[in-house]
Design a protein. Sequence first.
Length: 255
Amino acid sequence: MPKNVFITGASSGIGYACAELFARKGYNLILNARRESRIADLSERLQSEYGIQVRNLIFDVRERESVFAAVESLSGWETDIDILVNNAGLALGMNDLPDGDLNDWEQMIDTNVKGLLYVSKALIPGMKKRQSGHIFNVGSIAGRETYLKGNVYCATKHAVHSLTKAMRIELVSHNIKVSLISPGATETEFSKVRFKGDDDTAKNVYRGFEPLKADDIAQCIVFCAELPLHVNVDDMLIMPTAQASATIIHKQLQG
Ligand code: NDP
Ligand code: 8X3
């Protein structure tokens, strides 16, 4: 029986790469994001290329009624979630606190923390009932180190790290694995979103060194997912070779 993987934020970046890699390995998928057409295109392609089953689940993780209604709407094979990848998330802006935008703060907290909680609350009971499952929470180097002007985003990722420990403690007696995946600089749409469409600033983040690719993170997640039943990777920090900490990146810039 193929396993079923539920991925939030699958329309881009790390979530998209996880969908691709799990599909290539024959897993069935439940794909979530807000951008319906991107999920529809991805889902159609993965079904035809890999012959897997895919259910599209379009909702905003911040809207709690939508989260629970979406999970309630699952039926048949879709109800048995073996693997949850809590990936949907974003950073908005880089400012000292007094200059921060309140709407940006709320969107980051509501997405990265409360959204992850809603999706987990909706899916954990099924895993407990079956006494099996694997939850991946996508944290960040920003969940280990706080950097200048990263204040609220870093705080949300610290919260993800803490909640991952909470889940691990609660679920250890239910045979459910919980893994924290913490990437360093990964070139996705992340910086474009953070800098609100300012492509030059976004590209500059990755200039002069080789950042991680979304597929590098997907490879790590699938590796952890395929370990023997008695092995759990609790905590994985993945950095580009050129990055030694949140702010120390060896860049070779010309001109
Ligand atoms: P992308 O911007 O490429 O992807 C983010 C994904 O999250 C998109 O699919 C987006 O879909 C989805 N998303 C955002 N808000 C919501 C929402 N409210 N409801 C549902 N889905 C949402 O960035 P990444 O792939 O880089 O980011 C994925 C995760 O990785 C995030 O949690 C991020 O914090 C984390 N991360 C990223 C790093 C990096 O350097 N790139 C490093 C460390 C961690 P849509 O807009 O269609 O809803
Ligand atoms: C994303 C990585 O360093 O931009 O979580 O915060 S960083």
